[in-house]
Every structure is written in structure tokens, then in C-alpha cells.
Ligand binder design. Structure first.
Ligand SMILES: *[C@@H]1O[C@H](CO)[C@@H](O)[C@H](O)[C@H]1NC(C)=O
Ligand SMILES: *[C@@H]1O[C@H](CO)[C@@H](O)[C@H](O)[C@H]1NC(C)=O
Ligand SMILES: *[C@@H]1O[C@H](CO)[C@@H](O)[C@H](O)[C@H]1NC(C)=O
Length: 477
């Protein structure tokens, strides 16, 4: 795998060279090479049948991925995204077959542990030396929900990169999606955004994206257990994180998230009202404000046990119903929401209010809902099948709209960007093939971590006391 990795991610190879081989390499030694599609398909089918009961399902999946003998790596971004699109088109409703095909097609290296190791710094959630807030924010207001997580734990989950300006630039809290940490999910694809410098500087001191525009300063919020436990608990981290960054910078805080981040930020701003005046804007990529009708594909055994946060994001989950009830179907801070028809994890994603990514604007704060295919159609790179759940993370239109949101401090205005030219791009200017490949690898990382979730359950965590008033009739808390 190493040569493929180096080709895909030349910039990363230096960092990898010093790392010890991952433990899964040992599991691999006893198994056999996978060189044909039917072989892979049957290995994954066996994995799917056993995932709910395997003690170390993630390791089993990693071992399969390591056995894959891929074709030579793509040598351009258009070639790589076209291979990603074929993995999606071949398995649009079978999540694990699709992510294995990303490796089989040579889009993503099989040694996922090595990729994760490259983000060990940004993924940290034990940052106990983060400075104290300038005033008491735990709690900030008597109208906020109570915190259960200790303040030091909440504060330590934020990785503040060296070079953070403490208010000279717009602070941005990066909130992860299901199955991973903010470091690995954003450290490469956010390169095109203004915050490129700090996204990459810590791991790759000579990163190409050295000089960038001045309007965003990122902080990585690394939720424990890969964001796979109770989302209500993760909302405490977001609420504290917004008020904390507001306190240490004196600036209103932007949030930028993928997937589950959308409902985590919505829950935090609904039940911790003090976060609203401390916030500027929110940008959400592939959000699921109405959960997903296909999310159980992530838990392949029907009725079997699965990660709590995945169960909470079912279309009819009590968590989602409670969130949406009494005003939570609308944001409490200005929102830019961007989603795609080819989302393999969140559905429905369609034009208009039926999309899970769609928000109403009941609180009049300003909402821009962008269904990519409304703007780019279904053929151009900006709207074609590579725009999966993770594909939107490197979509050029999405990132230009994110930049517009951060620049203006308001929900995005499509008239501010050149949609015709952005729809033609396979990725934003400034992202490399390695950036795109590592961004795509996050869906594989999520799959492994979901399979390995430590606290699998067959029922959602109970709704917290402060939110029980919002459980709609017909749902049980
Ligand atoms: C959600 O619940 C409604 C009402 O019970 C039902 O009609 C619908 O099929 C459910 N949808 C899913 C995706 O479970
Ligand atoms: C971000 O927006 C600013 C202001 O419109 C613009 O000058 C800059 O080129 C944009 N950057 C990107 C990466 O789109
Ligand atoms: C699992 O759930 C328990 C009990 O709710 C909790 O204390 C723990 O932090 C969770 N995570 C892990 C990895 O055990």
C-alpha cells in the first residue's frame, strides 16, 4: 500500500515515514489478497452479516481493506472523482460495499489507520492547556440547559492551532460528522477556505497553501468517541465551544460542520440560548435536519445494535422529532446549508422543503438552502454523482458559498459567486489530489469507526430532562 499512498498523498508521505506500522497489518498477514470485485463483494457481505456481533468489527473491516490490491492510483482529480462516482453508482444503497469500492477503485488507500495517524495533532481532545475563558461561561445564562460534562473536558476537546489570532480574524468552530474527529474531517478540504494556513500548518509546515485571506481562524472540536455516542452530550461541547471562543476572542463565532454537526449545532443553539448572541453564522455541509431514511445502512443488521448517534439520526428518531418540534426546524443563527442528490448517507436530499438538509426560517435569521443539483444540474462536476455525503466537502460551489458566508457574516448569497464557473470545477482551486483523496477517505474512516462503536445499542439514548417538553406526542423519550 505504501507506494499508492505516496502517489496519492505525496505531501503526507514524510509525516507517515516516521510512524510505526499499524496493528492491523498483523491481522492482514494471515489473510489473502483481494484482486477481483466478486471476492471483495463476498468479503464485505460476510462482514455486514456479522458486524453487529463482532467484538472488533472495525478491525475486521480494516483487514479486508488492507487485503485489497487496488489499481494504480489516479493521477488527476477528475480521474479520482470519476472513480469515486463509479463506487457510488455501483452501490448507491450499500454503504459498506461502496466504501470498500473506494479502496478497490484506487481512490482511497487501504491503510486507513495510517491516514488517521497523519491527523493525530488536529484530532486531539485532551488540550488541557487551552486558556481559561475571560468570564464564567459554565453556565453562561440561567436560561441555558444544564451541563453534565465537566468544564475542563469540554474545553480540552478544542484543538486551537498555533497561530490562532484570538480575535484578529473570524473564529470558526469546526464541528465533525458521525464517525470521526474534526481534525481528519476538515484539515485538508478546508484548505480552499480562507483558513487554509492553520488547517495544514501544524502537520505540514511547508504546506502549499501558506498564504491565505484573513477572514477565518479555525478551531477543531474533537468530540469524544468519534461523535458516536449521545448527540445531546455533544451539543454541550458545541454550546460551550461557541461561548468559549466568543469569550477568548471577543468575536462572534462561526460554526462549520459536516453531516451530524448540523443537528448538534441546532440542538446546542436551541437549548443554550446564550450561544445565539455569541454566534455569527453557521455553514453546514450535507446536513440532516430531518435525519435520514437510509441511515440504517450504516448499521447493516436490521434491528441489531448500532452506534447511539446513528440511531438518533433515523428519519423518525425521537431525537430528530424532539429537535424539530417547537421551533427547531428553523435555525437560531444565520445558516448556509449545502447538500446533494447523490448523498449516500442522508436522504431524502431533494429540491425544496422535502430535503433533510432544508431548513425553514421561522426565527427570521436568514437561511440559504442550496441543493447542488438545482444550481449545477446532474451532469456538470458540481452536481454529478461524485457529490456524495463526503463529496460535498470538496465541492467548489459549496466552498465558495462557505467563503461568502464567512466574508459577509450572513447566510450565503448565490449572486455573490460565479456559479457557472464553479459548477465546472471538480474541486476548488488550491486543493490537491491528495487533499481530495484524504477528504474522501473520511467516509471510510467513519464506516470503520461506526462498525467499531464502543457503546452499541438497539435503542436511542433517553431525551434529557430539559428537552422532554419538546417530545411530540406519539414519540417516547
Ligand atoms: C416514519 O413514520 C411515519 C409515520 O409512522 C411512517 O409513515 C413512515 O414510513 C416512517 N418513515 C421511515 C423512514 O421510517
Ligand atoms: C472569498 O471571498 C472573498 C470576498 O468576496 C474573495 O475575495 C476571495 O477570493 C474568496 N476566496 C475564495 C477561496 O473563494
Ligand atoms: C459509553 O456509555 C457510557 C455510559 O453512558 C459512558 O460513560 C461512556 O463514556 C460511553 N463511551 C464509552 C467509550 O464507553
Amino acid at each position: 500500500m505504501i507506494p499508492v499512498l505516496v502517489t496519492l498523498a505525496t505531501g503526507l508521505s514524510l509525516a507517515y515515514a516516521v510512524l510505526a506500522p499499524s496493528p492491523v497489518l498483523e491481522a492482514r498477514a494471515s489473510s489473502s489478497a483481494i484482486t477481483a470485485a466478486p471476492q471483495l463483494s463476498s468479503a464485505i457481505a460476510t462482514f455486514e452479516a456479522e458486524v453487529a456481533t463482532l467484538a472488533a468489527a472495525g478491525l475486521a473491516l480494516e483487514a479486508i481493506l488492507l487485503d485489497i490490491v487496488p489499481p494504480s492510483a489516479s493521477d488527476s482529480i477528475p480521474a479520482a472523482v470519476s472513480r469515486a462516482a463509479s463506487a457510488y453508482s455501483a452501490h448507491p444503497t450499500d454503504f459498506y460495499q461502496e466504501i470498500a469500492s473506494l479502496v478497490f477503485n484506487g481512490v482511497v488507500p487501504g491503510d486507513i489507520a495510517l491516514i488517521e495517524a497523519g491527523f493525530i495533532v488536529e484530532n486531539s481532545n485532551t488540550n488541557i492547556l487551552n486558556p481559561l475563558p475571560k468570564s464564567n461561561i459554565y453556565p453562561k445564562s440561567s436560561t441555558d440547559a444544564p451541563y453534565d460534562v465537566p468544564e475542563l473536558t469540554l474545553r480540552a476537546a478544542m484543538y486551537i492551532p498555533p497561530g490562532f489570532t484570538y480575535g484578529a480574524k473570524q473564529p470558526v468552530l469546526l464541528v465533525p460528522g458521525t464517525g470521526g474527529y474534526a481534525g481528519e474531517q476538515f484539515a485538508t478540504n478546508c484548505g480552499l477556505l480562507t483558513f487554509a494556513t492553520y488547517c495544514r500548518l501544524t502537520v505540514f509546515p511547508v504546506a502549499k497553501l501558506f498564504a491565505n485571506s484573513p477572514n477565518a481562524d479555525p478551531v477543531f472540536l474533537n468530540l469524544p468517541d468519534n461523535a458516536l455516542d449521545d448527540i445531546q452530550v455533544y451539543a454541550e461541547y458545541v454550546a460551550y465551544g461557541i461561548n468559549y471562543l466568543n469569550s477568548i476572542t471577543g468575536k462572534k463565532v462561526a460554526t462549520y460542520g459536516w453531516s451530524q454537526a448540523a443537528v448538534t449545532v441546532r440542538w446546542a443553539t436551541k437549548y443554550w440560548p446564550s450561544t445565539r448572541s455569541a454566534s455569527s453564522v453557521s455553514i453546514q455541509i450535507s446536513p440532516d435536519y430531518h435525519g435520514s431514511i437510509v441511515e440504517l445502512a450504516l448499521c447493516p443488521v436490521p434491528g441489531g445494535s448500532c452506534a447511539p448517534s446513528v440511531l438518533q439520526q433515523a428519519y423518525n428518531a425521537t431525537f430528530i422529532a424532539t429537535l424539530r418540534n417547537n421551533g427547531g426546524d428553523s435555525p437560531y443563527i444565520p445558516l448556509t446549508s449545502i447538500y446533494s442528490a447523490f448523498d449516500d448517507v442522508v436522504q431524502p436530499q431533494v429540491s425544496g422543503p422535502g430535503a433533510s438538509g432544508f431548513s425553514n426560517d421561522g426565527h427570521g435569521v436568514g437561511v440559504t438552502n442550496v441543493f447542488l443539483q438545482d444550481v449545477c444540474g446532474f451532469i456538470l462536476p458540481g452536481g454529478a454523482p461524485q457529490n456524495t455525503h463526503e463529496g460535498v466537502l470538496y465541492n467548489a460551489l459549496a466552498l465558495a458559498l462557505a467563503n461568502d458566508t464567512l466574508t459577509t457574516g450572513k447566510n450565503a448569497n448565490l449572486a455573490h459567486v460565479n456559479t457557472a464557473s464553479l459548477c465546472e470545477k471538480f474541486a476548488p482551486d488550491g486543493l490537491s489530489l491528495a487533499d481530495v483523496a484524504v477528504t474522501i477517505s473520511n467516509i471510510v474512516i467513519s464506516g470503520i469507526n461506526i462498525a467499531d462503536a464502543p457503546n452499541k445499542s438497539s435503542t436511542e439514548p433517553p431525551i434529557k430532562a430539559y428537552a422532554m417538553k419538546d417530545i411530540p406526542s406519539g414519540f417516547s423519550g
